[in-house]
Design a protein. Structure first.
Length: 347
């Protein structure tokens, strides 16, 4: 079907930029606590991890996640691909293997034809096929704005679960996709992004983080998450939370999508970048404007953030090559050190 509409015109938020800010989310979760205890629940919402994990009692654990958002691109097929890749990433970010997905679809039937929603579904199915899992069902509603995502389940050896906790002094930090998705897609909405630069961003957002399901084989991997709407700094701070550790970042080493400098100069900055900074900026050493705009940039379907001991780096980089991680991601972007002052991220 020829695409004749622009999906982003039908929603007020875009991709993981739709996320509620970290500060507001903390307030919401802080007032929503169960009085019951669940002994088999290995990972819940206490640590703001990527997915929930429950012990199945047979040596395996079930990993479960839900992720959905409004369109970040105008093309319906690509929207489905991006949303599916993003949701499945939460399973990979726990070191697990995805096994099944269900669709979550909200659609303004009075504004957008059902055929357009079918294209979204077709894109999601393509990504699920690539991940080797069925898109086995789901739920849909008539909503004022287009929304799409997946609920995904995965399986992992219960002794091999990787979380965003466990980071250690001396660990090196790697990311598996270049940064700058929010900046490029905002430039696109402003009519400033070239077709080639937008395509690079789409290709990155549609690249599955399959590497995650084998990272438990690397003995030195201590913590794992993926980088989405809170930006690199936000998800790194979740790793560092209550550890008395800090991350020293080499900003000259972090991988970026092509031509980011061009868009920084044109100030194509998502609004959520500043909401992110206002939520956690007091924990970060004062950066330059460009470093702030990149470090707080909301990533939709971003890369994995890996904390690995020095002895695991060779094995990690070998796996990154095997799984075709972009070459500009093969060097560490920083190192975990003792926290010496008020900041948890330093430069």
């Amino acid at each position: 079907m020829e695409q004749k509409i622009k999906l982003t015109e039908y929603s007020h938020g875009y991709g993981c930029g739709c996320k509620i800010s970290p500060a507001v989310l903390s307030e919401i979760l802080g007032k929503a606590k169960s009085k019951l205890t669940f002994p088999d629940l290995m990972v819940g919402n206490v640590t703001n991890d990527d997915a929930a994990v429950i012990d199945l009692g047979n040596g395996q654990a079930l990993v479960s996640t839900t992720d959905f958002f409004m369109p970040i691109v105008d093309d319906a097929f690509n929207f489905g691909r991006i949303a599916a890749t993003n949701a499945i990433s939460d399973i990979y970010a726990m070191g697990a293997k995805p096994i099944m997905a269900l669709a979550i679809l909200g659609w303004p039937i009075d504004k957008l034809h059902a055929e357009v929603a079918s294209e979204v579904m077709r894109g999601a199915i393509q990504i699920c096929d690539e991940a080797g899992i069925p898109l086995a069902g789901g739920h849909s509603i008539d909503s004022p704005e287009p929304i799409f995502g997946l609920s995904v389940n995965g399986i992992v050896d219960k002794t091999k679960v990787l979380t965003n906790q466990g980071i250690q002094k001396g660990d090196y930090l790697f990311i598996t996709k270049p940064l700058g998705v929010g900046i490029i897609t905002t430039a696109h909405k402003m009519g400033k992004a070239s077709d080639a630069d937008l395509q690079n961003a789409v290709d990155s957002m549609c690249r599955l983080n399959k590497l995650g399901e084998v990272l438990s084989k690397v003995k030195g991997v201590h913590a794992l998450t993926d980088i989405t709407g809170f930006g690199l700094f936000g998800h790194l701070l979740e790793m560092l939370n209550e550890t008395e550790l800090a991350a020293k970042i080499n900003t000259e080493q972090w991988p970026l999508l092509p031509n980011i400098d061009t868009y920084l100069a044109q100030y194509t900055i998502p609004a959520i970048t500043y909401r992110n900074w206002n939520s956690y900026g007091t924990r970060v050493e004062e950066p330059s404007a460009d470093v702030l705009h990149i470090g707080c940039d909301p990533q939709t379907s971003g890369g994995l953030l890996i904390a690995v001991a020095p002895e695991g780096i060779d094995e990690l980089t070998a796996l990154m090559n095997e799984y075709k991680v972009p070459s500009n991601c093969l060097e560490a972007i920083g190192k975990v050190i003792s926290k010496e002052g008020e900041w948890e991220v330093v430069f």
